[in-house]
Every structure is written in C-alpha cells, then in structure tokens.
Write a protein that binds this ligand. Structure first.
Ligand code: NAP
Length: 300
C-alpha cells in the first residue's frame, strides 16, 4: 500500500479561504463575527493554543477578544464574566480554554456559556443535540476529523469505524458523528481488552487517547484510513501523535501526521462554528429548529 499522507495544513488553508469569504459576506451586512477566548491562569500549552486561535481569527477577518483572567479568580466572578460575554452583541462565540485550574468546577463553567454562543460544543445542550442527531455546534476536533474524511473522499457509510478514546470532547462525539454518517462504530476506552483486535478491524481508525505511539502499523488493517488526534510532547520536545506514524506507512491507505494533520483543521472548525453562530444571529435566529425548542424548555 502506498500511504497518502493527509496534509491538514493545506486542507485548512483551503477551508479558511471559504471562511474568509463567508466572514466578508457578513461584514457586508454589517456583522463582524466575533470570538471571545477565555483563559484562566497560565498554562503553557493553553497559551499557545489560544494564541493560535486568535491569530487564525485575524486571518479570516473575525473580531476576537482574549479574556485572560488570573489563576486566582473566584468562580462567581468568572461566571459573571461569561454571562457578560453572553450578552455582548459583538461576541458570537465564546470558548473557555481547558484545562481550568482544578479548584474551579469545569462543568459549571462550561454550562455558563450560552448554548447559542457555545462554539466549542461542550454545553450539555449542544452535546445532547449532537447525540440525538441534530448537531448544532459540533466540538471542533471531531468536526475536524469528519471534515478531513470528507475532503479526502472517504465515505463512512457501511464501513467499520473504530474510535480509540471516548472523551466528551473528542472520542465520544467523533463516534456519534461517524454513526450518523452510516458507519458501524466501535468505541474503545482504557478498559478495552486486546485493543489491537479492535483496531485491526477498522476501515476508518480514529485515535484520541494522549499516549504517544499507542497504535502501531501492526495493529492496523492494510488499506485503513488512520486519523491521529493525539498531541503528545516527548521529553526531548518533539511533538508526536498517538500513532507510531512511520510504522503506518505502507499499511494505511491514508494517514494524518502529527503535527500538520488534525490540529490545523481543528482551528478552522472553530472559525467555522463562530461564523455559523454569527450568520444565525444575523438572521435573527437562534441556531437550529430543534435547538430553539430545547432552549425554550431550558429557559422555562
Ligand atoms: P482524555 O480526556 O484524557 O481522554 C482520553 C481517552 O482515552 C479516555 O476515553 C480514555 O479512556 C482513553 N484511553 C486512555 N488510555 C487508553 C488506552 N490504553 N487504550 C484505549 N483508550 C485509552 O483526552 P482527550 O481530551 O480526548 O485528548 C486525547 C488526545 O487528543 C490528547 O493527546 C490531546 O492532546 C489530543 N487533542 C488534540 C486536539 C487537536 O486539535 N488535534 C484537540 C483535543 C485533544 P477512559 O474513558 O476509560 O478513561
């Protein structure tokens, strides 16, 4: 098998030029899509992620705000800041960069973000819409996985997709999206026995664990499509995924590298969600019919 190395950077560049056009169309109607990124404390990786997200906003013409808050901020004050952003008409999307300091209840903080501005898709309402087949804001990383498959012409319909890792922000929503696209899905977690027996049956293999080189070429079916979501920094400073990339070559039909695979597409999906939120706001709609009904239930 001659493995095609998927170029996430090139794919994201293409997507971003479409997004810039959508942002420009909105600007023509007097709406500049805006994103607020909340960062609490100083986490070195978070700083890089937030900076990259804000830079990407600027590149496609989005307004962005970096809300950098001290590590010591009391939770009620953080919630009040989020509520103020919920009401701010210049802000269409709000993200809270994770991880939060442990003393804060992350679930409570994420739930404070208005569902209509929840461009990370972490609010239980948006998670529920996704789970019931009416996705509104899909979490950016699983959305990136699906966008890559689509751009590569890989149709999940009637294929066997195996997702390794079942977190709320990556693995679980990725499995739901694959299921909704017609795949038969196996979702593995840390308790899974004989992981290789599962991975070896995958036509599409998505790995999102956070363990360097957990999946090797020997665990992959020849011809499979492998999407590596993992980002791990080795002691020598090198960035690697959850797959042992060199061993995939000659086995997988297509594979994403790390870096340069899912990462750049994830940021593009965040921009896409923010523009989507702004488009819906410009039309005077809250996003999605089902979403609106559920929002009314939530408000009642
Ligand atoms: P997480 O919340 O730590 O979840 C890890 C998942 O992997 C859990 O479901 C866990 O199982 C499972 N797991 C752990 N060890 C395993 C094993 N040996 N075999 C099978 N499953 C195992 O991590 P996450 O937030 O989903 O992130 C996963 C990776 O993706 C990390 O490297 C992260 O840096 C990266 N990431 C990348 C992007 C991007 O833009 N490219 C975005 C987000 C995250 P249990 O459920 O049983 O605990």
């Amino acid at each position: 098998v001659d493995t095609h190395v998927i170029d996430g950077t090139a794919l994201s560049r293409r997507l971003r030029s479409d997004l810039a056009a959508r942002a420009a169309a909105l600007a023509g109607r007097g709406v500049r899509p805006g994103l607020a990124a909340i960062e609490v404390g100083e986490h070195p990786a978070s700083r890089v992620y937030v900076r990259n997200k804000l830079k990407a906003c600027a590149e496609v013409g989005l307004h962005s705000e970096h809300v950098a808050l001290p590590d010591t901020i009391p939770e009620p004050e953080l919630l009040a800041r989020i509520r103020a952003l919920n009401e701010d008409p210049r802000v269409h999307g709000i993200l809270v960069q994770l991880p939060l300091p442990k003393r804060l209840a992350a679930e409570r903080v994420l739930q404070a973000v208005a569902p209509a501005k929840d461009v990370d898709g972490f609010h239980p309402l948006n998670a529920g819409l996704l789970a019931t087949g009416h996705p509104r804001f899909v979490p950016c990383t699983p959305a990136a996985v699906m966008a890559i498959l689509e751009a590569e012409g890989v149709n999940p319909w009637a294929r066997h997709a195996v997702v390794v890792g079942a977190s709320n922000i990556v693995g679980k929503p990725a499995a739901l999206l694959l299921l909704q696209r017609g795949a038969t899905v196996t979702l593995c977690n840390s308790k899974t026995k004989d992981l290789a027996d599962h991975t070896a049956r995958a036509d599409i293999l998505v790995v999102a664990v956070g363990k360097p080189r957990l999946v090797t070429g020997a665990m992959v079916k020849p011809g499979a499509v492998v999407i590596d979501v993992g980002i791990n920094r080795l002691p020598d400073g090198k960035l690697v995924g959850d797959c042992d990339f060199p061993s995939l070559l000659g086995v997988a039909s297509r594979a994403t590298p790390v870096p340069g695979g899912v990462g750049p597409m994830t940021i593009a999906m965040l921009l896409a969600n923010t523009i989507h939120a702004a488009e819906l706001a410009a039309e005077g709609r809250t996003p999605g019919q089902a979403g609106e009904a559920l929002l009314q239930v939530q408000r009642a």
